[in-house]
Design a protein around this ligand. Structure first.
Ligand SMILES: Nc1nc2c(c(=O)[nH]1)N[C@H]1C(S)=C(S)[C@@H](COP(=O)(O)OP(=O)(O)OC[C@H]3O[C@@H](n4cnc5c(=O)[nH]c(N)nc54)[C@H](O)[C@@H]3O)O[C@H]1N2
Ligand SMILES: Nc1nc2c(c(=O)[nH]1)N[C@H]1C(S)=C(S)[C@@H](COP(=O)(O)OP(=O)(O)OC[C@H]3O[C@@H](n4cnc5c(=O)[nH]c(N)nc54)[C@H](O)[C@@H]3O)O[C@H]1N2
Ligand code: SF4
Ligand SMILES: [Mo]
Length: 819
């Protein structure tokens, strides 16, 4: 029996016995249900067993059209995570004594309406900031409601984890293709050569590329004779699968790629193929790259000139090739340039938009394709941050600048904050500085299931129902798959009394902001449906052109407002049934009838219709990027001293940013917060395996145990992020028992990729010395000692700026949040 085809299992007030939960076998009466895994971007289909309202087991759904049974350790512990006793089940509201105490939903929404209302009454919408964290893109609600929240707030203080992550990709794609959401993904299943820079999909399961069983697909690539090149300062599990591993100096991929571009032109290897007719700016790129010869860059990136030449030739001569970069190419000094160059190489070698290259997926809820490629284009820096004058990107300001916007007095100062699914105290630079800032807010509300390092500062915490009690549709990741497909799973257990889904909480928060706290949450969805259908009916290109919006709305099916919106988006989407205009097309009903999903075929060439540039071409050499090359050229003259060390991150398969350290079965083994140091550096510094090291950066200091390993190259040390669970007032008991240290405390938040506002989290300088002080337990507290203060009293630069236009969502609007 599947959850999608049947009503959910009802929720009894008592959970299963501990024995049942631990036994792992299906007790009598257990049922199985399907649930798409929300824990990473691979979006695997899970088959879960449910007994007495609890998930008692999870495995890969072999019939899932997309993931075909793949599951990783995180997916397999979905039940344990879902049932975590530390998860909040009721809202928390700060009482008169300043203590966070359980409250009813009515009390919590009333407190939110009062707190936000008081700040908004000051008349400056910028006084309320919104921060969206990573799991926001993994919920259905996260696509449907935050754009409405942003439109209602009309604040310029909009922050997401994107500026700790993939904003450079949005900016480079925005400039190249005219649409920051037009992100090509590597056609892993058909490529002859995959060149990966700064990604470790064997541990991360892939990102900005939705690829269930990425490791298996890499092995199959090698087996069919394809090449895999991995560029990474660490010999990662992905690098170990490769036939070429280049241990690049962190932060220098832009040099390496520039030199590849130089070789392509110099050796006459440029051949854009059918793409040539859609390409402009090629000669300008040739001129920009001319002086970045392999010999000129080899010292800067520590990759021999010969290696760079042969890599460029191989990529150019392969029948097909795809260049793909992620975190290590993004959260770096030249993040936007690097992300741009990834697609420049794809384009110049004819691999952009062709099978086996880098292709644009087409999601079932995308706006229907057009034929022309012309549009308004993408503009950066339409306004600037108040204090440091950072340009906006995609209406966002840098997460690293949130603290100073809270602490710096003046018109537009942030006085209230809404966080959704975010933990910037651990994820963003200088958590201590941010914590001090959060402590000064007049009001803070957090939509989050945990009381953690960030949410402990809130005045109101609104916990969403467990994932098992929530329907799932991947609006964001269905736009990035290695193969087009659509799947939807309903809640496997109905939410119990007193539980609210994330959709309902967000809709109610919106109503609070609109001064109608008592209105029906579904009225929010009904208004979106009405607006979207009215627009569609007026659009001559729409299948519903000329029809009556109210009659169309009446055709929608779905149990709640969120489902009806999904139904509308599916019907209006590129594969949709068009409200009867295209019989056999997609609708909610049809997707529900296929509980293991519907395969929509391999990726297809989509140029020029994905383009929205003013010229209607791929604009290969946009002015902001061309200008930034001057900064790159300048950096080429720098020489690192042989003694210097830089920090890079790493991810562990059984972890996820800052919030999965509370599941005991995912902890331990190699999933630990250790400083990886190369044996040669360890010798030089007198560091021993297992002993403590003191690491110092611009923002502070941490003391952490050392792991001496050849997996990291010389001159580079590595710490995972998301640790540092030693704060009082949190409720993550398993995580707190072995807290680790917060690597981001080494940063002061001032070093950003200038075009995208993305924090430089990889390749930043640190000093490392043997520590003689207290052990790791005590060090965790002492470890963050030397945090620099925030730019509290700096006089703010008041850039006269244009207000963010409130953009109500419609079909295809899936922009909020970070991957
Ligand atoms: N040094 C360093 N720092 C990094 C990175 C790095 O590589 N190195 N990576 C960066 C990246 S890529 C990212 S995306 C950011 C992440 O930055 P954030 O998104 O700010 O941090 P997370 O740790 O993902 O926190 C997720 C929060 O969401 C909550 N949560 C979990 N599930 C749900 C849900 O269903 N609904 C709601 N409402 N909340 C939920 C969790 O309890 C937690 O509070 O970190 C960045 N920070
Ligand atoms: N298990 C697990 N899976 C996850 C997450 C997690 O925390 N744990 N987080 C999820 C999130 S939010 C994201 S965004 C994705 C990230 O997905 P990935 O980007 O695939 O994951 P990372 O492990 O951060 O890989 C970045 C790699 O870049 C390398 N690197 C660092 N600096 C440089 C550099 O300058 N140049 C080059 N070439 N390489 C460099 C690092 O050594 C590291 O191996 O993973 C997602 N999936
Ligand atoms: S790979 Fe990602 S989506 Fe698949 S089971 Fe693991 S965590 Fe879930
Ligand atoms: Mo991320």
């Amino acid at each position: 029996m599947s959850a999608t085809g049947t009503p959910g299992v009802s929720d009894p007030s008592n959970g299963p016995s501990e024995q049942e939960a631990e036994a792992g076998h299906d007790p009598a009466g257990a049922v199985t249900a399907l649930r798409i895994c929300p824990l990473c971007e691979a979006t695997c289909g899970l088959s879960v067993t449910v007994s007495q309202g609890r998930i008692t087991g999870a495995r890969g759904d072999r019939e899932d059209v997309f993931s075909q049974g793949f599951v990783c350790p995180k997916g397999a512990t979905f039940g344990e995570l879902d049932a975590d006793p530390d998860r909040l089940t009721r809202p928390l509201v700060r009482d008169a004594n300043g203590v966070l105490a359980e409250a009813s939903w009515e009390e919590a929404f009333a407190a939110a309406a009062d707190g936000l209302g008081a700040v908004l009454a000051g008349g400056n919408p910028d006084a309320v900031a919104l921060y969206l964290g990573n799991p926001n893109v993994h919920t259905m609600a996260g696509a449907l409601y935050p754009p409405l929240l942003l439109a209602a707030l009309r604040t310029r203080n909009f922050y997401t984890a994107s500026t700790l992550d993939q904003m450079p990709k949005h900016v480079s794609c925005g400039l190249l293709f005219g649409d920051p959401q037009a992100i090509p993904v590597p056609d892993v299943d058909r490529t002859d050569h995959l060149l990966i820079l700064g990604a470790n999909p064997v541990e991360s399961n892939g990102s900005l590329a939705t690829v269930p069983d990425f490791p298996g697909r890499l092995k199959r690539l090698r087996r069919r004779g394809g090449r895999l090149t991995v560029v990474d300062p660490r010999r990662t599990r992905t690098a170990r699968l490769a036939d070429r591993h280049l241990a690049v100096r962190p932060g220098s991929d832009a040099f390496l790629l520039m030199a590849m571009v130089q070789v392509l032109f110099d050796e006459d290897l440029v051949d854009a193929g059918p793409l040539a007719g859609h390409l402009s700016g090629v000669d300008e790129v040739r001129a920009l790259a001319a002086d970045f010869t392999p010999e000129a860059v080899e010292g800067a990136c520590d990759v021999a000139a010969d290696e760079i030449r042969s890599l460029a030739r191989e990529v150019a001569r392969a029948p097909s090739a795809a260049v793909y970069g992620r975190i290590g190419s993004s959260t770096v000094e030249f993040g936007t340039l690097t992300n741009w160059l990834v697609d420049v190489v794809n384009a110049l070698t004819g691999n952009l938009d062709r099978a086996g290259g880098a292709m644009f997926p087409l999601s079932a809820t995308a706006r229907p394709p057009r034929t022309s490629g012309q549009g308004k284009g993408f503009e950066l820096g339409r306004w600037r941050s108040r204090v440091s004058g950072h340009p906006e990107a995609k209406s966002e300001l840098p997460a690293a600048a949130l603290a100073e916007e809270i602490t710096t007095p003046g018109e537009g100062q942030v006085r209230a904050l809404i966080t959704v699914a975010g933990n910037p105290v651990l994820s963003a630079p200088d958590g201590e500085g941010l914590e001090q800032a959060l402590g000064r807010l007049e009001f803070m509300v957090s939509l989050d299931p945990y009381l953690n390092e960030t949410t402990r500062h809130a005045h109101v915490v609104l916990p969403p129902a467990r994932p098992s009690r929530t329907a799932h549709f991947d609006f964001a990741f269905n736009a990035l798959p290695v193969r087009n497909q659509v799947r939807y799973t309903r809640a496997v257990v109905e939410p119990g009394d007193g539980e609210k889904t994330e959709s309902e909480i967000m809709a109610r928060l919106l109503l609070c902001l609109g001064g109608q706290p008592g209105a029906e949450p579904e009225s929010v969805d009904a208004a979106v449906v009405e607006r979207t259908l009215r627009k569609a009916a007026a659009d001559p290109g729409s299948p519903v052109h000329g029809r009556e919006p109210a009659l169309l709305a009446a055709e929608l099916t779905g149990r709640d407002g969120a489902e009806r919106r999904l139904d509308m988006m599916l019907r209006l989407g590129p594969y949709g049934e068009g409200f009867g205009a295209r019989p056999g097309g997609l609708s909610l009903e049809k997707v529900l009838a296929h509980p293991h999903g519907i395969d929509l075929g391999p990726l297809r060439s989509r140029l020029p219709e994905v383009l929205r540039t003013p010229s209607g071409t791929v604009e290969l050499c946009p002015a902001p990027l061309a200008q930034d090359v001057a900064r790159l050229r300048e950096a080429l003259r720098r020489r690192a001293s042989p003694e210097s060390l830089v920090m890079v991150g790493r991810r562990h398969l059984r972890s996820n940013n800052s919030w999965m350290h509370n599941v005991s079965s995912l902890r331990g083994g190699t999933n630990r917060c250790l400083l990886q140091v190369n044996p040669a550096d360890a010798d030089r510094l007198g560091l021993e395996d297992g002993a403590l090291a003191r690491v110092t950066g611009a923002g502070g200091e941490v003391t952490v145990p050392v792991e001496v390993t050849g997996a990291v190259r010389t001159g580079v040390v590595s710490l995972p992020h998301g640790w540092g669970h030693d704060r009082p007032g949190t409720r993550m008991r398993v995580a707190a028992a072995d807290p680790g240290v917060n690597v981001n405390q080494l940063l002061d938040g001032t070093v950003l990729d200038p075009l995208s506002g993305t924090a430089v989290l990889n390749g930043f300088p640190v000093r490392v010395a043997a520590a003689t002080g207290p052990g790791p337990g005590a060090a965790a507290g002492a470890g963050a000692g030397a945090a620099a203060g925030t730019a509290g009293d700096e006089e703010g630069a008041r850039a006269a700026a244009v207000r963010a236009p409130g953009t109500p969502p419609e079909a295809g609007s899936t922009e909020a949040g970070s991957t």
